[in-house]
Design a protein around this ligand. Structure first.
Ligand SMILES: [Zn+2]
Length: 685
């Protein structure tokens, strides 16, 4: 299950920038045009250049906004809010590399300079949102906006202004901004404490016996056994394989204490300040403030969904645990089943009952065969064509680049990059990044979008392609769904392009596409054994698919716990003791008590990194994902008609209309929760 893909445009500073426009026509495309590897973005920058460019362009944009802000609010749209949006879009275009390189540059100096640029752009975007002159132009624009896209843009700018206190008098505005800055500082500190956490556990020689070779690189062996770092990268491999219950418990305790009491304190301070901001802006809670501009709209709506899903799945979760408890007893261990036992006995169950071995599956998915085959699935589905561009013009050796063309007209659409293997200092998860949104330019041309997948598959050895697990397939197919959202959109304003929409929606398209990786006909098409070239055999496919729902109960109840904790933490009443809140919710919403001696909120980065009062979004968007998928399931996964409709009704408009409106157009009816519950095999009645 892919829960960890945050909406990654949020990791770049542009998230807070509302995008812009002038009175433009939609693109005139020359069908014969061929794209070269030159996207117009210069990736080859020194740290000094990054810093100098960043300062120069921010100064220029700041001066531009100041000049436009002095105009009378009665100016036409293009000279008021349109000009603001244009200024911010130019800034974003000019600093694409300077902001992104923090995630992927080869040089540490460049990454550091880029991280600073990212921070500076973030601060500037907050400054613009809070600017009363910009807010006044946005309010005026609401009244004179002519096209639906102008109306949507104006609405978004007004919302951003209101949320940044632009509508308050000088003194209360300054107070709110000071609080927001303080919150930002606390968030950065929290992330740093977690990133620098050096928690580890000691393992005896006997406890090392059951661990897989893939953990060898992480283990620091010595005469007494080994020490193992406790973090995300060792979590599931260790807990799935460690045969000693005592060692698993030591790991789980250390994991639940990461971030330490220092982070408990930082989170407590942030929650209190957030409540203060919400109150000053007239909201009953931080959750109400955050959800005001999301699809869910109110904390009650989000909470109802979270609790309903939990209620519906708790019985299944208990059954899953009963099966695993039986396995534990059968292993001779009569102690009660606890959370630190879960991954180990689940793994035992998969091996014994389902007999699916990752190592048998992987040779069917060599990256050099499977990735192109996946692209073919996407191309056919969405009516596009991908063309590799060699040599790539990118930020590091080994990065590959592709051009996208419309499959029918041949018109060029944009570019994407794959940066799939680890490098020192590189972003260490798997994610899609929007490098440059598309937008209409004043000269009538269209600025073509650029996006990238940054991942960390094991690097291929010479002559041997990387072999992918089924999890890897689901992840990359999901991330490529983001790439399509980030390139096939076609809006006049960059601020409304693709995933730049209500922030609890952009996971839905990618979550929908994960379904393809659970369909026999698609798995057959993208598999090709490294030795024989044979597709994945039917019996293996059947076994893999049987696993789809094997852990739904426990997994979703755990998600519900995270989401509910996040919503209550940011509710009307700030909890006096956050750890106590977590420990009270865990046995109510999941089949486990929390692990004694831990304070899990200290390591819960999502509540401090932009998903505060937003964790429910993973669950929320899954509802829409499954509803959209029901159209494909009904009309055919390969049916270009429904693929085209998805492209034109969901991807093309991006944030130019509300997600509910797009969904209604695509589905031809109101949204239904039923496909979501059906997929999980549960009835609400
Ligand atoms: Zn995602």
């Amino acid at each position: 299950m892919n829960f960890q893909c945050a909406v990654l445009r949020g990791t770049l500073a542009w998230a807070a920038l509302a995008t812009v426009a002038m009175s433009l026509m939609l693109p005139r495309v020359a069908a014969a045009e061929t794209l070269t590897a030159d996207t117009g973005i210069n990736w080859d920058l020194s740290a000094l250049q990054v810093t100098a460019d960043c300062k120069r362009e921010l100064d220029r944009a700041r001066a531009g906004i100041r000049t436009i802000g002095m105009r009378d609010v009665s100016v036409p749209f293009g000279e008021g809010l349109g000009a603001i949006e244009e200024t911010l879009s130019v800034l974003q275009d000019t600093l694409s590399a300077q902001v992104f390189l923090s995630q992927a540059a080869v040089s540490k100096e460049v990454r550091d300079a880029s991280a600073q640029c990212n921070d500076d752009v973030s601060a500037f975007s907050v400054e613009v949102s809070a600017d009363p002159a910009v807010f006044a132009l946005a309010q005026a624009a609401v009244k004179i906006a002519v096209t639906p896209e102008e109306q949507q843009l104006s609405k978004i700018y007004v919302e951003n202004g209101r949320r940044a206190a632009a509508g308050l008098d000088a003194a209360p505005r300054a107070k709110v901004q000071k609080l927001l800055n303080q919150i930002n500082t606390l968030q950065i500190k929290f992330g740093r404490v977690l990133a620098e956490d050096k928690s580890e556990i000691r393992l005896s020689p006997a406890e090392l016996g059951s661990l897989p070779a893939s953990l060898d690189g992480a283990l620091k062996k010595d005469a007494r056994g080994a020490r193992l770092p406790v973090n995300e990268s060792t979590f599931s491999q260790f807990l799935s394989n460690e045969a000693s219950g005592a060692a698993r418990l030591r790991y789980e305790v250390a994991y639940g204490r990461r971030g330490g009491l220092k982070n408990v304190q930082l989170l407590r301070q942030a929650v209190a300040l957030r409540k203060q901001v919400a109150t000053d802006l007239g909201f009953p809670s931080w959750a109400a403030y955050q959800l005001d501009t999301k699809m869910a709209k109110t904390p009650e709506t989000a909470e109802n969904l979270v609790l309903e899903v939990d209620r519906a799945l708790r019985g299944k979760a208990r059954q899953e645990i009963a099966v695993l408890s039986e396995l534990k007893r059968a292993s001779g261990d009569k102690s009660p089943f606890v959370r630190s036992d879960y991954l180990y006995f689940e793994n035992q169950l998969l091996k014994s009952r389902y007999a699916v071995d990752d190592e048998i599956v992987r040779p069917y998915f060599p990256v050099d065969k499977t990735l192109p085959a996946m692209l073919t699935v996407y191309a056919k589905l969405l009516g596009v064509r991908f063309e590799p561009l060699e040599p790539a013009m990118a930020w590091a050796p080994g990065v590959t680049e592709f051009a996208i063309y419309d499959g029918v007209s041949g018109a060029p659409i944009g570019w994407f990059f794959f940066d799939l293997y680890p490098r020192e200092g590189k972003y260490n998860h798997f994610a899609a990044f929007q490098l440059r949104p598309g937008r209409a330019l004043a000269n009538g041309e269209y600025r073509k979008p650029v996006a990238a997948i940054v991942g960390n598959w094991p690097a291929p050895e010479p002559g041997k392609p990387t072999l992918l697990s089924h999890d890897d397939l689901v992840t990359v197919f999901h991330e490529f769904g983001h790439i399509m959202h980030e390139t096939l959109s076609l809006t006049r304003f960059g601020s409304l392009f693709g995933p730049n929409t209500r922030s609890d929606f952009p996971e839905a398209p990618s979550q929908m596409l994960e379904n393809w990786m659970w369909r026999p006909e698609i798995l057959k098409r993208i598999s090709s054994h490294t030795g024989s070239g044979e597709p994945l055999p039917d019996d293996l496919i059947a076994k893999m698919i049987a696993l789809k729902h094997v852990d739904d109960g426990v997994a979703w109840c755990r998600q519900a716990l995270y989401a509910e904790f996040d919503l209550q933490l940011h509710g009307k009443q700030v909890p006096a003791d956050m750890t106590r809140l977590w420990f009270a919710l865990a046995p109510k919403l999941t089949p486990f008590h929390e692990v004694p001696g831990t304070y899990p909120e200290a390591g819960f980065i999502h509540v401090m990194s932009g998903l505060d009062a937003g964790y429910y979004g993973y669950l929320w968007s899954r509802v829409f994902a499954q509803d959209m998928f029901s159209a494909f399931a009904h009309e055919g996964l390969d049916n270009p008609a429904v693929g085209q409709r998805y492209r034109s009704e969901i991807l093309v408009p991006g944030g130019a209309a509300e997600p509910e409106v797009l969904l209604r157009r695509f589905l031809g009816r109101e949204v239904s929760f039923e496909p979501f519950y059906e997929d999980l095999g549960i009835s609400r009645h």
